[in-house]
Design a protein around this ligand. Sequence first.
Ligand code: URP
Ligand code: ZN
Ligand code: ZN
Length: 463
Amino acid sequence: MTILIKNGRIITDVEDYTADIFIEKGKISTIFSKISSDADVIIDASDKYVIPGGIDAHTHLDMPLANTFSSDNFESGTIAAAYGGTTTIIDFPSQDRGSSPQDALQRWFQKAEGKACIDFGFHMILTDTTRLEMEDLKELVNEGITSFKLFMAYPGSLMLDDGSIFELMRAAQKLGSLICIHAENGEVIDSLVNEAVEDGKTAPLFHALTRPASMEGEAINRSIALAKVAGCPVYIVHVSTYDGLKRIMEARDQGTPVFAETCPQYLLLSLDDMIDSKGFESAKYVFTPPLREQGHQEKLWDGIAKNHIQVVATDHCPFNLNGQKDFGKDDFTKIPNGAPGIENRLHLMYENGVKKNKISLNRWVELCATRPAKIFGLYPKKGTIAVDGDADLVIWDPKQEITISAKTHHMNVDYNLYEGYKISGSPATVISNGEIIVDNNKFIGKAGRGKYLKRDLFSAELV
Ligand code: URP
Ligand code: ZN
Ligand code: ZN
C-alpha cells in the first residue's frame, strides 16, 4: 500500500514547512515540495498539520493492582491511544516479588499478543533484587528493555530500599540503560496513611492529604543523589510538584543527567477539583502522586518552557469508578490508584499548551513524540518525520472541535478526568507503519497489528 499526503504543514520538533510525503512499505520514502506520483491513497492535508505519531512513554494496560486489573487491555487501550494520535506506547511489565523479571515479560507479551493495535515497547518494573542477577538485566536489555522503573513508594509491595536502588543504578550504569524513578517517600507516607485511618479519615481526599508535596521533593532529591554516586542517568516519572522540580532544576543546572516527565493531570487539575467533586466521585482523582495545590501547575508549565521537563506522558492506569474504585468506598487505602488519559494527551497539550501560547507547535511535538523517542531509544525510526523513518503520522485538523466525555471516548472506563473540556484540534487521520488506522473519526486498524519495539540503549548524545 502506498500513501501520498499532499500539501500538509509538516511540524517536527525543529521544523515547520509545507510539503508532500510519500509512504511505501510502512516507511516514509520521499518528502518533497510537490510529489506527482500515483499512490493507492491520496490524502489532501491542506490546512492541516502533519506531525509524528505521539509516543506515550508511561502506560499501564491490563495492569494488576489492588486485586483487580486496569480496565483497558492492550486492545481497548491502544485503540483509544490511536484515536488521540498516539501511535507508540511504552508499558510497564512488573516483576513479582519472588520471581524473575523474565516471567513478567512473558506475561506482558501474552497480554499484548493479538491485541496491540499500535507499536509498543516495555520498561521493566523491578521489585526484588534477591531474584536478580546482572545476567537477567543483560537479557532484558538484549530484548530491548533498556529502562527500568524503581519505586520509592508502596512499602511491602513495589518499594525498594535505597541500597537496592543504588545497586540497580550501578548495574544500569554498567549496562548503559536508564533508571526511571517513582519518587515519593513511601515510609513517611505509610505512617501518615496509618495515622489518617486510625483517626477515621477514610474518604478519598485523604489519599491526597497523606502524600505531601515535600515527600516528592525529598524522594526526587534522594534519587538524584543516589544516581550521581552510581553514575547513571535518571528519569523521574510523573513529576507533580515544584518541590520536586526545584531539585531537578538544580541537578540539571550542574550538568547531572536527570530527565523529567509530567502528565496532563498535574498541569491542568488541582486538589480543588478533588475537593469540589461530590461524594465518592472524588475517587476519580485517586492516583499517585496525587493532585496538588494550585501553585504547582504554573511552575510545571514553566519547567516545560525552560526544558527542565522534557516529556509529557499520561500514566494511563484506568479503573472504573463503579466496580473498581468503589472497592474503597469506606477506606481510601483500598481504592485502586490510577486514572485514564491515553486518548487525550495530544488534545489537552494542544488546547492548553499551544493555543494558550504556553508552548509552540514544535515544542508540542517534542514533548509528546520526539523527546520520548530520543530518551527511550526509538529515535530516529520514531518521533520525527524523515525519509526512511517509520510512517507513523498524524494529520491534525486544527479546525476539528471535540468535547471530551466518557460518553464518547474510546477508553474502557466510566469517567474522564476532563469531562466537558472543549478542544479545537483533533486527528483527522492516523497512520501507523504506513497503514491508515484512524480515518474520519473511525478506527479501522486490526487488533494485533502493533509490533513489539526492541529499544536501543540510552544515548547521552541524543538527549
Ligand atoms: O496511581 C498511579 N499512578 N498508578 C499507576 C502506577 C504508578 O505509580 O505509576
Ligand atoms: Zn509511578
Ligand atoms: Zn505509572
